[in-house]
Design a protein around this ligand. Structure first.
Ligand code: HEC
Ligand code: HEC
Length: 214
C-alpha cells in the first residue's frame, strides 16, 4: 500500500468510527461494574493491573475497546484464547460488559513493569514505533496508537492503549496477528502491519511499549 492510499484509508476509518458506532459503546456504570468484575479480577487484577503477563492489563484501557473485545470473544470473532472466550461467555448482557469496561477504564495503570526493561532493545523499538519501517512498508504505530502508545482521543477508542501493557502479552498478540490466530481487527489493519514485522522488530517494539508507564 502506498503512503497516500494508506493515509486515505486511515482517515476514512477514523471518520467512520468516530460516528454513531462509537456512541453505542459509551455510558457504562463503573460502580455497578466493580461488583460485576469480581470474576475478572482473579486473572486481570481487581485494579486491572494483572500480576502475570498472560493476562493483559485492563487498567486505563478504553471502555469501547474492552466492550468490543468481549463481544468479539463472545461471537467467535476473536479466537486466540479459549480461556478468555469462556470468561466472556459469563458476561450476560451488553450492559454488564459496558459496566465492567467502565470500571476498568477508570483504574490507574501501575507504574512498574513486570519484567526489567532492556533499554537498548527498547530504543530500537521506539524508532519503529514512531517512524515505522519504510523498507518493509510498516507505518509508524504512533499514527494509530498515539504518542507512547497511550491512545488517541477518547471517541476513537478503536485504537487501544498499548503503552504500559505487559511485554509478553504484546509479543503474543503481534505474533497472533502475524500468523493468523487473531483477525478481529477492523479492516485487517493490524494483520497487514504485523505480517510485515520481523520477530526481532516485534520483540523490540514490545520492549519499548512495556516501558511506557504513567
Ligand atoms: C482465568 C483467567 C481469566 C479470567 C477470569 C478473565 N480473563 Fe480476560 N483474558 C484472559 C487471558 C489469558 C487473556 C489474553 C488472551 C490472549 O492471549 O489473547 C484475556 C484477555 C482479555 C481481554 C482483551 C484485552 C486486550 O487488551 O485485548 C479483555 C477485554 C478481557 N480479558 C476481559 C475480561 C473480563 C471482563 C473478565 C471477567 C468477566 C475476564 N477477562 C476474566 C484470562 C482471563
Ligand atoms: C492503521 C492503524 C494502526 C496502526 C498503524 C497500528 N495499529 Fe495496532 N491496532 C490497530 C487497531 C484498530 C487495533 C485493535 C484491533 C481490535 O479491534 O481487536 C490494534 C491492536 C493492536 C494490538 C493489540 C492490543 C491488545 O490489547 O490486544 C497491538 C499489540 C498493536 N496493535 C500493536 C501495534 C504496533 C506495534 C504497531 C506498529 C508496528 C501498530 N499496532 C500499528 C490499529 C493500528
Amino acid at each position: 500500500m502506498t503512503r497516500k492510499s494508506f493515509l486515505a484509508l486511515w482517515g476514512g476509518l477514523v471518520l467512520f468510527f468516530s460516528g454513531g458506532v462509537q456512541a453505542a459503546f459509551e455510558g457504562g456504570d463503573p460502580a455497578a461494574g466493580e461488583a460485576k468484575a469480581a470474576l475478572c479480577g482473579g486473572c486481570h487484577g481487581m485494579d486491572g493491573n494483572s500480576p502475570d503477563a498472560t493476562f493483559p492489563r485492563l487498567a486505563g484501557q478504553y471502555e469501547g475497546y474492552i466492550v468490543k473485545q468481549l463481544r468479539d470473544f463472545q461471537t467467535g470473532l476473536r479466537t486466540n484464547n479459549d480461556t478468555m472466550a469462556g470468561m466472556a461467555a459469563t458476561v450476560a448482557t451488553i450492559q454488564d460488559a459496558k459496566d465492567i469496561a467502565a470500571y476498568y477504564s477508570r483504574q490507574k495503570m501501575a507504574k512498574k513493569p513486570l519484567a526489567p526493561i532492556d533499554k537498548k532493545l527498547a530504543t530500537k523499538g521506539e524508532k519503529l514505533f514512531n517512524e515505522g519501517n519504510p523498507r518493509s512498508g510498516v507505518y509508524g504505530c504512533i499514527n494509530c496508537h498515539g504518542p507512547r502508545g497511550k491512545g488517541r482521543a477518547k471517541h476513537i477508542s478503536q485504537f487501544p492503549v498499548i503503552g504500559g501493557q505487559h511485554r509478553d502479552y504484546l509479543i503474543k498478540q503481534l505474533k497472533d496477528f502475524k500468523e493468523g490466530r487473531r483477525y478481529n481487527d477492523p479492516a485487517g489493519m493490524m494483520v497487514d502491519i504485523a505480517k510485515r514485522l520481523t520477530d526481532e522488530e516485534i520483540r523490540a517494539v514490545s520492549e519499548y511499549l512495556a516501558a511506557q508507564l504513567p
